[in-house]
Write a protein that binds this ligand. Structure first.
Ligand code: FAD
Ligand code: SF4
Length: 553
């Protein structure tokens, strides 16, 4: 018997006469729901580990380790409080792992899972009344509030929802008005970072026997998954979560606002908090981080900026995902749905299909909207082949090192380039899903399909987030060591104009693109032809997994 099993057995309480709760991998908190309110002596929890979940996609090793280590620590923490713990290792879907337990434990409850994929998996048990969904208390707003915030429904605007929720919660409000006279200080949050002020050093979290055992399991059973495993970068228990949040509060948040949009090869996170992977599994509660920040002494642009991300964006994307059934039902249209989970370009990079030839059975692979009709493959550069574009190579290497990069790198490097190359949005979404430790369908799909790629058209954002080299050069230090010069030969420049030209018919009436579309019209025919050639060349070279150089363009 391994260390975890022995420790759990030592702490195990008498399971008789308990009311049982299924706790999914992303609800690891005893500060919400029945675990918070009910007497631990009357409660039992079921925790499930199943390699079936890992087999569905080529998830980053770090993500598997983060979830398993937190789940096992959570099991011991709850057993230590007197909660009876049933830890199950399944082989198939979650429903298959839970079903045999029902005759013994009675009908289970579960807080309504955040992931649609898990809800779909559990549907059968809910229908046969073996499992009951109860409200998920981790969210900060309700679907009724979301509907009320904007009665005309789509297109949904984050700002409208955010203002509504600020007014209803009274957060950062004074006498019915926003503190500082404005709801958003986004415009004050656009400083580049030139090496000063010093950025906080990311924390490391000591190895412990649980992490060691999880690490061994990953290396033994999940070694075919991509990414680097770094056990010390993983916050795994309650104490680690508190330590991370304390570091984020004191070291990151004071300068979070002004440098929110900056990017640097010298720091993976700059002043970003790195809390998302713990917030999304509820090791850190959104309500806690919001109430702490609301009462902290912080510059207003940092305080408001952070609150907007968690109370605004995070809640907003979840509501849009729920309302549209994961973008299957868009206003006036049903979207195509993938039969099976996508591999995010793994096969093209690895030269072999993901997993066994036998399809992993289970819920579908998600909606595949594509307003711009883009259908290109994701180049192997996203899997770590060098591209010759310093900005891309830096961010991709960050991602495979740790399963993390901050928001602007996700938006303005990874999604931006994928847009400029007409990559299929679903494939990019699947890549983000497997590569980042904080990715779950409800958050990754809206962020990539809705914000990163414009696959949903103007349903969530007013324009596609695309840029040429000038923006990247202004907001980062990626360009000086690059083989290309952002002012002369950087391919992003032509790629940007080629993108606008290819999608001119759809974008020319967009009021937020009036200026660039006017500039496009003034661009000479020969420049446009050259833009198109660069687009074709870059797609071809990166598609083969080769390096783009000033010589081969
Ligand atoms: C293309 C793309 C894909 C993304 N995929 C994910 C994803 O899979 N999972 C995920 O949690 N976030 C995703 N985001 C949103 C955002 O980039 C991350 O939440 C953030 O970078 C996490 O790092 P951090 O904790 O250091 O965040 P900070 O910058 O410190 O922000 C604080 C918190 O705000 C919340 N937040 C900020 N922006 C968003 C947002 N747009 N949506 C949801 N929550 C937000 C997160 O909980 C985050 O931890 C994505 C954004 C883009 C553009
Ligand atoms: S010069 Fe171009 S390719 Fe190189 S880092 Fe800058 S934007 Fe990226």
């Amino acid at each position: 018997m391994g260390y975890f099993k022995k420790e759990l057995a030592k702490r195990q309480a008498d399971p008789k006469g308990r009311r049982w709760l299924f706790v999914p991998y992303d609800q690891l908190s005893d500060q919400i729901g029945p675990l918070f309110r009910e007497d631990p002596k009357n409660l039992g929890i079921v925790l499930v580990e199943t390699p079936w979940k890992a087999a569905r996609r080529p998830y980053h090793k770090q993500k598997l380790a983060l979830i398993l280590a937190n789940l096992r620590h959570f099991a011991l923490e709850q057993a230590g409080r007197g909660v009876a713990v049933r830890h199950v290792i399944g082989e198939g879907p979650y429903a298959t792992a839970l079903e045999p337990l029902i005759p013994e434990l009675g009908p289970l409850r579960v807080m309504r899972p955040a992931e649609r994929e898990l809800r779909a998996d559990l549907r059968k048990l809910v229908d046969q009344k073996s499992l009951q969904f109860i409200p998920h208390e981790g969210w900060l707003s309700t679907s009724e509030q979301f509907k009320e915030s904007d009665p005309k429904a789509s297109p949904w605007k984050m700002d409208t929802f955010y203002r509504f929720i600020r007014r209803t919660t009274g957060l950062l409000m004074e006498g019915g008005k926003p503190v500082g006279g404005r709801y958003s200080f986004d415009a004050a949050n656009r400083l580049p970072w030139h090496g000063k002020p010093p950025v906080p050093e990311p924390l490391s979290f000591p190895r412990d026997p649980i992490k060691e055992e999880v690490g061994e399991l990953i290396e033994k059973r999940f070694n075919h998954h991509p990414g680097r495993l770094d056990l010390e970068a993983i916050p795994a228990n309650k104490k680690d979560a508190e330590k991370l949040w304390s570091w984020a509060r004191t070291e990151c948040l004071p300068l979070f606002g002004p440098y929110e949009d900056a990017m640097s090869h010298r720091s993976r996170s700059l002043f970003h908090t790195r809390i998302s992977s713990l917030v999304n599994i509820h090791r850190l509660l959104p309500s806690l981080v919001i109430s702490d920040v609301a009462t902290m002494k912080l510059p207003l642009e940092s305080k408001e900026g952070f609150i907007r991300q968690v109370l605004g964006w995070r809640e907003f994307v979840h509501h849009v995902h729920e309302t549209t059934d994961g973008f299957r039902n868009l206003p006036g249209a049903r979207m195509p749905v993938e039969k099976a989970p996508g591999d995010g370009g793994y096969e093209k990079w690895a030269g072999k299909p993901w997993g066994s030839s036998e399809k992993v059975k289970g819920p579908d692979g998600g909606a595949a909207p594509c307003a711009l009709g883009c259908d290109g493959p994701l180049p192997p550069a996203y899997w770590g082949e060098k591209s010759g574009l310093a900005c891309l190579d830096t961010v991709v290497s960050d991602v495979w090192a740790e399963g993390y990069s901050h928001h602007i790198t996700r938006l303005m490097i990874l999604s931006n380039l994928a847009n400029l190359l007409d990559v299929r949005p679903r494939e990019l979404t699947d890549w983000f899903w497997v590569a980042y430790t904080d990715a779950y369908d409800w958050v990754v799909e809206p962020n990539v399909l809705g914000m990163g790629t414009y696959a949903l058209g103007s349903l969530m954002t007013t324009k596609p987030y695309v840029s040429g080299a000038a923006y990247i050069n202004r907001m980062s230090d990626y360009c000086p060591p690059c083989a290309f010069n952002p002012k002369t030969d950087c391919p992003f420049v032509s790629l940007y104009w080629a993108f606008l030209a290819r999608h001119e018919a759809l974008l020319k009436t967009n009021p937020r693109l009036t200026m660039p579309m006017a500039s496009l019209r003034k661009r000479s025919a020969s420049r446009k032809k050259q833009d198109q050639e660069v687009y074709k060349r870059v797609r071809e070279i990166l598609g083969k997994g080769d390096n783009v150089t000033p010589q081969n363009l």
